[in-house]
Design a binder for this molecule. Structure first.
Ligand code: PEP
Length: 251
């Protein structure tokens, strides 16, 4: 077991109005009794909610954005910069989520620019990679993930400023997950790539994401190269998200 501190991150996606968000956070904080000592918890709500949960309302959890623009400011209607997220109290930002890659046609090069923008602004980038079902069926899952890493990881890649999230596209929001062996193999491959690239593979946190639920969290989080989870649907239910946090090793 390494000394990598696990992280459970919640991706709320495009969900949450002010009142329900505040209630969810209060419920979660009551269940956890504040920020847990055994892992980092980072909540990534829609950007509109970041100020709604300002100050004490943040309950000691970490906060993150779901995307950022590569530029610090300028004529980019509807976009949000990494600096703005930082200004709104974020320490992290998700980049390259498969829904962004699919819905907005984001390329690896654009994702890299976003990850570098995150670093410029002092945020930790949570860089998402993962294969489609067809790519896995074709036996190319590892090849796809390695190509995405090579194309979208920031040039100054370091454990302090980047976290990798392995999220098989076909497992997101579907209730399906890879086998434990498949998750372990992919995380091992990602760590090997990180080590080849930086010489610091053992220092990086690699999260698994894709239909993590209370009933599968413990076995996934116990895998040697899994350092936490990026959780979508289950992060919107305080009881489920708390159960996943509680299943994290070290509790
Ligand atoms: C996600 O969107 O990052 C995710 C992992 O979603 P879910 O947990 O709902 O599969």
């Amino acid at each position: 077991m390494s000394d990598r501190r696990p992280m459970i991150a919640g991706n709320w996606k495009m969900n949450g109005l002010r009142e329900e968000a505040l209630a969810l956070i209060a419920d979660l904080a009551e269940r956890t009794g504040g920020p847990p000592s055994h892992c980092d918890v980072v909540l990534c709500p829609p950007a509109t909610l970041l100020h709604a949960v300002d100050g004490a309302g943040r309950r000691g959890f970490g906060w993150g954005g779901q995307d950022c623009h590569a530029e610090a400011n300028g004529a980019h209607t509807g976009d949000i910069s990494a600096e703005m997220l930082r200004d709104a109290g974020c320490g992290h930002v998700i980049v390259g989520h498969s829904e962004r890659r699919a819905d907005h046609g984001e390329t690896d090069a654009q994702v890299r620019a976003k990850a570098e923008a995150a670093q410029r602004a002092g945020l930790v980038a949570i860089l998402c990679v993962g294969e489609t079902e067809a790519e896995r069926d074709a036996g190319d899952a590892e090849g796809v993930v390695v190509r995405q890493l090579a194309g979208s990881a920031p040039s100054a890649l370091a454990p302090e400023t980047a976290i990798i999230a392995y999220e098989p596209v076909w497992a997101i929001g579907t209730g399906r997950t890879p086998t434990l062996e498949e998750i372990a193999a992919m995380h091992g491959r990602i760590r090997a790539w990180l080590d080849e690239r930086t010489g610091q593979g053992a220092g990086f946190r690699i999260l698994y994401g894709g239909s993590v639920k209370p009933d599968n969290a413990a076995e996934i989080l116990a895998l040697a190269d899994v350092d936490g989870a990026l959780v979508g649907g289950a992060s919107l239910k305080a009881a489920d998200f708390h159960a996943i946090i509680a299943a994290c090793p070290g509790n």
